[in-house]
Design a protein around this ligand. Structure first.
Ligand SMILES: Cc1cc2nc3c(=O)[nH]c(=O)nc-3n(C[C@H](O)[C@H](O)[C@H](O)COP(=O)(O)OP(=O)(O)OC[C@H]3O[C@@H](n4cnc5c(N)ncnc54)[C@H](O)[C@@H]3O)c2cc1C
Length: 306
């Protein structure tokens, strides 16, 4: 057919260079790219089907990708897919697997022996429970205490492994012998996801509120892999999502008064939203207020009630 458009498979030289290369994460984990489909160009190619070739001059490729991401036009980003091979401790994997929009094949400890490796915590890496955030941590234990925790961790992991091995030696089925292996045991999986949902994963898991362990994986995937695979989309993601900030209507109201220098009105608005409730003379914990204070800190501002 004369007018048929010639197509070639899209290749990304910078990603081909690292295909199969293991990027180390934690003490014995890794992430590596097994396969991929598409790149920035594919996002543009798909978007132009909906917008028509007429828009080509107005919106150059980079501008178009940035416009699409800024305005949450998601489907063109779903035209890119990536398949990763990951090695992750089971506690982090338990969080990871909650992202339902990926296709997964995990190493089977019914079928094979459990991977003989558990994630270890060095003596300087033991985190203390956060006081404000029940889900989080803040600060580290001194190494004298950390050293003891590490020693006990090692003892426990060795003991759990010993019992597992003992059961296998006796002929206990692998599917049952594994039941007391700790969550620190590494598992491996093939994980395939499209760019739109991968960016959602990265926004949630690179965020400071995500647990350090899964954050380490997400950061490696973002900085080492997506940055090479779809550099323009990656840059737009950082500009418009990762490093951007959303303000709620309450925050806008308080901030307007704050920036206008209206101290009393600012406090009155915060009071109206229940942010300044006190218990025993001290400001009570209030998640919305704390989140707002974090945003102000990012902007180099301080709330007047502080
Ligand atoms: C910091 C943090 C703390 C968390 N704490 C907890 C916790 O305490 N307990 C807990 O159980 N989970 C917790 N989670 C997990 C969280 O609630 C999500 O399950 C997880 O992050 C997956 O996000 P997702 O649904 O956006 O991703 P995906 O499953 O990949 O879905 C992507 C998007 O697809 C859409 N989608 C997918 N499936 C459906 C569906 N069935 N119906 C409608 N829309 C769908 C949604 O728009 C969704 O945002 C936490 C996550 C984070 C990041």
């Amino acid at each position: 057919m004369e007018n048929e458009e010639k197509l070639e498979q899209i290749k990304v030289a910078s990603l081909d260079e690292i295909l199969g290369k293991k990027f180390p994460v934690l003490d014995d984990g890794f992430v590596r790219v097994v396969d991929y489909m598409g790149t920035d160009e594919s996002i543009v190619q798909a978007a132009r089907v909906s917008y028509g070739k007429g828009t080509k001059k107005v919106t150059e490729d980079r501008g178009l990708i940035r416009y699409l991401l800024r305005n949450r036009h998601t489907t063109p980003f779903e035209m890119c897919e990536i398949k990763l091979h990951v090695r992750v401790p089971m506690d982090a994997w338990r969080q990871w697997i909650r992202h339902r929009t990926a296709n997964v094949n995990e190493y089977s400890t019914r079928y094979s022996l459990a991977i003989d490796s558990s994630q270890r915590t060095s003596d300087s890496e033991w985190r203390m429970q956060s006081k404000d955030n029940k889900q989080g941590s803040e600060g580290f234990f001194p190494v004298e205490i950390g050293g003891k925790l590490t020693e006990r961790e090692q003892e426990f992991q060795n003991f759990a492994r010993e019992i597992y091995q003992e059961r296998l030696n006796l002929g206990v089925a692998r599917e049952q012998a594994r039941k007391d292996l700790p969550l620190s045991t590494y598992t491996e999986a093939y994980w395939k996801i499209d760019l739109h949902n991968l960016l959602n994963f990265l926004a949630l898991r690179m965020d400071a509120h995500a647990q350090f362990e899964i954050r380490s994986y997400a950061t490696t995937i973002g900085n080492e892999i997506v940055s090479r695979w779809c550099p323009v989309a990656w840059e737009a993601f950082k500009d418009y999502r990762m490093n951007s900030m959303e303000l709620t209507s309450m925050e806008v109201e308080v901030m307007k008064k704050m920036l206008a220098g209206k101290q009393e009105e600012t406090l009155a608005a915060a009071e109206k939203f229940g942010w300044l409730r006190k218990v025993d003379g001290k400001l009570a914990g209030n998640r919305e207020r704390i989140e707002f204070e974090e945003k102000l800190t990012r902007l180099g501002l301080v709330a007047p009630w502080k």
